[in-house]
Every structure is written in structure tokens, then in C-alpha cells.
Design a protein around this ligand. Structure first.
Ligand SMILES: [Zn+2]
Ligand SMILES: [Zn+2]
Length: 339
């Protein structure tokens, strides 16, 4: 088990005390949940993965708010749980928290069904991933391995009831909800005065993971870049607290850096396709971009590269070269050339 960082408190310009609680979502992978206290119903944003020690760490973090920071808050006071987006490291612990407390659950409508019908979602999403891997040119044998890693650690999650939907522009109890699709369909950022809870939309070091919209609607690089613009236009945030890593001190410079990183990746994908001896598949492009990845990272790399290929194709910068095969066969790999 990794050493967890301590619980920290950040005070917003609106007087909300934001407690940042770390949990080890998966081995050596820390996620932050945020408890908001002040002139609002006690609100928890995200609940960890529910995997391993994550549940215990979340409850211990909530307890520490009382014992170490002298807040009168107790777990039973929790009134609302907001799920920032439908990724397991952020909501997998939800059913466990609800065993201890009666709180309203709120999420963006596009991720609602992930929470309320998790099993259905897992089956349908797995099918979409399989279709994507076939189209990307991944071998049948490798597809099995990757589907196995995709389903790993997702089986413990239980569906819950959702009481409230949060939409773009909603203001509720002094918090401002901003829908920022891209990294995830229902991704929400939350404005708390001058602090942005950026969850997985903006992170200080990692460029938030992208996957093609062909797997899940409202993900994909085009939505993501628009959502970066949206936050940049809003302005006024002095600090962002993400779902992973440390705080982001210069939110707007970080947005520019993430955007520039994607521009470079788009160029790199174009160059790889142009320099390939024959029109490559997404799998071949991924292998050139990320030759050393292993395990679960292979799937992430295929999604990340594929999101950039998809963006270039959507914007008329690539063409599919094997149309005969595509017309004739069920789901053959697509081969790309620069248009
Ligand atoms: Zn995420
Ligand atoms: Zn995450």
C-alpha cells in the first residue's frame, strides 16, 4: 500500500472549506475525494474506487476532518454526494458510503445510467471496446487479454439510486456546475468561488486520458478541447483541485499546456501515418507512439492514440484507404492515409 498524503483543507473565496481526502483507488494510484463544508449542505464530491483499502481510507479521511480539523461534522451529517464523472476510481465506493449514511446522490445525466445500471453499462461498454479493438487491428488473442484487463476490478461495483441530475450552468447551494465532456461523457467541474474542482478534466502533470467517441458518445478529443475552451472562457479560478496529483496553481497556463500537448500528439500521429511503409491501423500507429507500454496501459495507449486518429479523421485530415475490405467484411481494421 502506498503512503497516503495527509488530508488538507483549502478555503474558497466564498468561505467554503474544502477538505481534500486521498484514497488509494488502485495499487499506487491515488484519487482525491473532496468534502465541502460551510454555508451549504455538507457535500462530498466523489467516493473513491471501492477497491482494496479505498473505502476504509475514505471513511478515515472523513473522520479526520472531525478529529484533526475540529469540525463538528460527522459522517451522518453528509447531505449530498456529487459524482464528478462515471469512472470507477471516482464512484466505485459510492454504495459503501451509502451503507453508512442517507445522502442524496447527484450526477450529470450522461453518467446517470453508469451509476443506476452498472452491470448493463459494463456489458454494453465491453462490447463497444471489443468492436473498437477489432477496428483498430488488434489481434483476436490480444483482444481477449485487453478485455480481461478492462473488466478487472470492476466486478465489485453495485448500482445505486440517483436522486438529482446536475446540468451545465446549474447553481446549487453556492456551487457552480460546469459540464466538461471529453475525458468522460458526464464530466463535471465544480466552481467553488475562486477554486475549481477540476476532477479529471484538468490535472497538473498528467494529460487527462482521452478515448475515442466511437466507444462512448460525448468522449473524444473534439469534445475535450471544447471543454478546455469552456473553462478558459469562464476565468476567475486561482486554483484547481483535480481528482489525482497535487493542486494546479495556474489553471489557465495549464489549460494551454494540455492543449499544446494534444497539438503535438496530432502532429505526431500525422507524421507516423505519412512515414509508414503502408497505410497503418490504429494498433500500428499506437505501437509506434508507445512502443514500451504493458498490461492495462496497452488499452489506454490504444484509446489515447485512437482518440487522436479519430479527431484527425473527423476534421478531414485523414482518409480510409481499404474501402473495398470495409464494404465486404464485418468489422475489418481501418487503414489510414493523410488526406
Ligand atoms: Zn476519469
Ligand atoms: Zn480519475
Amino acid at each position: 500500500m502506498a503512503d497516503l498524503p495527509p488530508v488538507e483543507m483549502f478555503l474558497s473565496s466564498t468561505g467554503v472549506r474544502i477538505y481534500r481526502i486521498p484514497c488509494e483507488a488502485f495499487p499506487n494510484f491515488i484519487v482525491y475525494c473532496h468534502l465541502l463544508l460551510g454555508d451549504l449542505p455538507p457535500t462530498l464530491v466523489d467516493t473513491g474506487s471501492g477497491y482494496g483499502a479505498s473505502n476504509k481510507q475514505l471513511l478515515a479521511g472523513l473522520e479526520a476532518v472531525h478529529t484533526e480539523f475540529n469540525e463538528p461534522f460527522r459522517l451522518a451529517d453528509l447531505a449530498r454526494i456529487v459524482i464528478s464523472h462515471g469512472h470507477i476510481d471516482h464512484f466505485g465506493g459510492l454504495s459503501h458510503v451509502l451503507e453508512h449514511v442517507q445522502a442524496e446522490v447527484a450526477v450529470h445525466p450522461l453518467d446517470r445510467r453508469v451509476l443506476t445500471h452498472y452491470e448493463e453499462r459494463l456489458i454494453v461498454a465491453t462490447k463497444n471496446v471489443r468492436f473498437y479493438l477489432q477496428q483498430a487491428g488488434v489481434s483476436a488473442e490480444m483482444q481477449e487479454v485487453l478485455i480481461g484487463t478492462y473488466q478487472f476490478s470492476k466486478k465489485h461495483v453495485r448500482s445505486v439510486t440517483v436522486e438529482r441530475e446536475l446540468r451545465d450552468g446549474d447553481e446549487l447551494d453556492g456551487l457552480r456546475y460546469i459540464h466538461t465532456p471529453g475525458h468522460c461523457s458526464g464530466q463535471l467541474c465544480i466552481g467553488v468561488g475562486d477554486i475549481l474542482l477540476s476532477t479529471d478534466h484538468i490535472l497538473p502533470g498528467i494529460s487527462p486520458h482521452q478515448s475515442p467517441e466511437s466507444i462512448t458518445a460525448f468522449t473524444g478529443l473534439a469534445h475535450y478541447l471544447e471543454s478546455l475552451d469552456k473553462v478558459a472562457r469562464i476565468g476567475g479560478f486561482d486554483l484547481a483541485l483535480g481528482g489525482h496529483e497535487g493542486p494546479t496553481r495556474d489553471v489557465y497556463r495549464r489549460i494551454e499546456a494540455i492543449r499544446a500537448g494534444h497539438e503535438r500528439k496530432l502532429e505526431r500521429v500525422s507524421t507516423i501515418i505519412r512515414d509508414a511503409p503502408a497505410p497503418p491501423t490504429v494498433q500500428e500507429i499506437t505501437h509506434t507512439m508507445y512502443p514500451r507500454v504493458q498490461g492495462f496501459d496497452v488499452l489506454l495507449a490504444l484509446e489515447e492514440a485512437g482518440a487522436h486518429v479519430e479527431y484527425l479523421y473527423q476534421h478531414g485530415r485523414l482518409e480510409v484507404t481499404n474501402l473495398d475490405e470495409v464494404e465486404r467484411e464485418d468489422n475489418p481494421p481501418l487503414r489510414y492515409a493523410v488526406a
